[in-house]
Design a protein around this ligand. Structure first.
Ligand SMILES: Cc1cc2nc3c(=O)[nH]c(=O)nc-3n(C[C@H](O)[C@H](O)[C@H](O)COP(=O)(O)OP(=O)(O)OC[C@H]3O[C@@H](n4cnc5c(N)ncnc54)[C@H](O)[C@@H]3O)c2cc1C
Length: 648
């Protein structure tokens, strides 16, 4: 790999492929094509450095010293390549204000962020790696809502297996098969599942109990299932027909990360690097892959024949200033892999790929309703704040005909107490000391100190149970990313303008989820403290009122749908290989291509799609009479690129 600190790439030859973005999807495509010997330039808008031990420690320290522990806390602000932040949103009466990178003009807030830095949002993701269920690919045909995929589960199955190998997923394949998520009966995950938390074991006491869903008018049986994770546990010797699993690092390459030791800070940062990040993939780039950080792509350049010629980009030295220099690079194939929202923003700014009028539309997420409760003092402590954010869930509400009546949802059993819902444990400390309010249900009102303070905190925090209900959000053309000349970032690039709302189907799912939550707490003998109501005229963020009840939801970080895939160029942006219908040598890869997101966290599906696209790009390049030299000579040759200053 050739990596440059400031984006001034030294070599001066045309590339086979330019990849825009060194996040999850871009890094995988670059690695796969580099393996085939193609000359690949990866232009990355953000800064790097966290691939070194010193850089890693700097991020850990930045996170430690941040007042608010949110996904982007470990990463310094970057004026040249700004990122949205969950702290940009604030409640305002019963509405909200958005004061950061996103401009928001929708009825409800889009509460999801991402990170523009080497590694992208995979630097702060949770690492849950679920496959989609076969039914998720055809919700319109089966249940009458959303959009169907032009491919199905069986087309993606081998790529799911490859994606799990790439990430080194830890999970229990038997449990997934029991949910109807097909794989070869002998298949196991690369690593054994992450051990269940004590919170999971407490919830498992309800296995076999039933809960009534009043919206779908159906009873569901509760069974706790483990969740597959993109983090190191113990390699399974049965993997690959008994060959076992070795982390992806080949001989001589760094083998990132220790086993998960339950630091309880996976979002945003794993101090022992047990959680997979794209840095592992980048460590395996062949020499013919050049990774250039601090290169903000500003335009994708169209040729007169509809074929893409290359990109314009700007490099900068100081992330605190937007001072930059323009360059141009050319390639046979351009792959935009800049995140679903940034892909749409960049292609809209370039005036490309929008023959269907669908570009930027169908923005999705997994709107997530939080509920919280204190387990009974008699039952003892349940041990939150140990382990990854969630190791298990209740899965029954994801599947079946109930989906026609309301959005399906996945119930994550939270391992981090009321952290997300109420800012625990810091909010508990404030309340116990007599500062801060009690709107999230903290039960101490008079200040306590010393031993009593310790006992109070230990007792309350140790009994905190939070459940996260992640809704499937179907594609909706009115939820969209646009650009507007009035709104630009410091470098002069258009900022994303978002319009977002929740459909009736999703709101019905939230109603059902709230009732299910209350039933579960009642069966556990826990006292529910969920409170979504406005207080003193101010509603919590993500508030809406529906059928005379108050609800709130949060963003999950799962931006999707903005360059939607389909079988017809008049109604979709990319084909099943994520190739833009309007430009045969332009690919838009990432969750933006997904026509539906089911109830699975989307990145494993995105990685599977990226691996499938990389194969097609290889075929395209071979067809262009530029055959790969499989002897590896090209792979060792080193990168080079045509770079011209467009405004010297
Ligand atoms: C808090 C949080 C937790 C999450 N947890 C999970 C989880 O548990 N499981 C799951 O499946 N998913 C999870 N996700 C979602 C996951 O992070 C994303 O789906 C995934 O990272 C998207 O990958 P991507 O490659 O498309 O984009 P990114 O990973 O965001 O990478 C895009 C890259 O492009 C670069 N870029 C952007 N604009 C430009 C430009 N103009 N020029 C050059 N480069 C550019 C960016 O700097 C970045 O490096 C989570 C997200 C968040 C926010």
């Amino acid at each position: 790999m050739t990596s440059t600190a400031n984006g001034t790439v030294a070599h001066r030859r045309r590339y086979d492929v330019i990849v825009v973005g060194a996040g999850m999807a871009g890094s995988l495509v670059a690695k796969q094509l580099g393996r085939q010997g193609w000359q690949v330039l990866v232009l990355e808008a953000g800064t790097g450095g966290r691939e070194t031990w010193e850089g890693h420690l700097d991020a850990v320290e930045t996170f430690r010293s941040a007042v608010a522990k949110v996904p982007n806390s470990p990463f310094r602000r970057n004026a040249a390549a700004p990122s949205p932040d969950v702290l940009d949103l604030a409640p305002d009466g019963v509405g909200f204000t958005a004061n950061g990178y996103f401009v928001q003009n929708g009825e409800l807030p889009y509460g999801t962020d991402y990170l523009r830095a080497v590694g992208g949002s995979g630097m702060h993701w949770m690492g849950l790696c679920l496959r989609m269920h076969p039914d998720d690919f055809a919700t319109q045909a089966r249940y009458g809502y959303g959009r169907d995929w032009p491919i199905g589960y069986d087309d993606l199955e081998p790529y799911y297996t490859a994606a799990e190998r790439e990430i080194g997923v830890a999970g229990d394949a038997e449990e997934q098969r029991a949910l109807g998520i097909r794989s070869d009966p002998h298949d196991v995950y690369p690593m054994h599942k992450i051990p269940p938390s004590y919170v999971d074991e407490v919830c498992r006491s309800l296995d076999g109990h039933t809960v009534h869903d009043p919206v779908a008018v159906e009873d569901f049986t509760l069974t706790v299932f483990s969740v597959p994770h993109g983090r190191n546990s113990t390699p399974d010797p049965r993997y690959a027909g008994g060959l076992g699993y070795r982390p992806t690092g080949a001989v001589g390459l760094p083998n990132y990360g220790e086993r998960c030791v339950g630091n309880a800070s996976c979002v945003p940062f794993c101090p022992v690097q047990a959680r997979w990040t794209p840095l592992r993939t980048q460590a395996e780039f062949a020499d013919c892959v050049t990774l250039a950080p601090r290169c903000v792509v500003t335009q994708v350049i169209n040729g007169s024949d509809g074929r893409i010629r290359g990109v314009e980009y700007r490099t900068y030295d100081d992330p605190e200033s937007a001072a930059s220099r323009p360059y141009r690079a050319e390639a046979d194939v351009v792959v935009v892999a800049a995140h679903s929202i940034e892909n749409a923003r960049l292609l809209l700014a370039s005036g490309l790929a929008n023959g269907s009028g669908e570009l930027g539309r169908n923005l999705m997420d997994h709107p997530t309703m939080l509920t919280w409760a204190l387990t009974s003092a008699d039952g003892g402590q349940i041990g939150p704040f140990r382990g990854p954010g969630s190791t298990s869930g209740w899965e029954a509400f994801r599947f079946g005909d109930a989906r026609a009546a309301r959005a399906p949802f996945r119930i994550e059993i939270g391992n981090w107490g009321w952290g997300w819902a109420a800012g625990a444990p810091m909010s508990n400390v404030g309340t116990a000391l007599g500062v801060g309010g009690d709107r999230e249900g903290n039960i101490v009102s008079a200040a306590v100190f010393g031993t009593k303070l310790r006992h109070t905190l230990g007792d309350q925090i140790g009994r905190q149970l939070q459940l996260q209900f992640a809704m499937e959000q179907p594609a909706d053309r009115d939820n969209r990313v646009t650009i507007d000349d009035r709104y630009r970032d410091a470098m002069g690039n258009p900022r994303p303008v978002l319009t977002y709302n929740l459909s009736e189907h999703v709101k019905k799912g939230i109603v059902a989820a709230k009732r299910v939550a209350s039933a579960i707490y009642a069966q556990l003998g826990a006292q529910e403290h969920t409170d979504h109501s406005p207080r003193d005229g101010v509603a919590p963020l993500g508030y809406f009122r529906y059928r005379d009840q108050d609800y709130t939801y949060a963003g999950a970080g799962h931006g999707a749908g903005t360059h939607i895939m389909g079988g017809d160029p008049t109604s979709s942006v990319v084909d099943s290989f994520q190739r833009c219908w309007d430009h045969p040598n332009l690919y838009a890869v990432g969750c933006g291509s997904m026509p539906s997101v089911g109830t699975s966290n989307p990145s494993l599906t995105m990685v599977a799609l990226a691996l499938r696209s990389a194969e097609q790009i290889h075929r395209d390049l071979v067809e262009l009479h530029r055959p790969a030299n499989l002897s590896g000579d090209r792979a060792r040759a080193g990168g080079s690129v045509t770079i011209t200053e467009v405004h010297p």
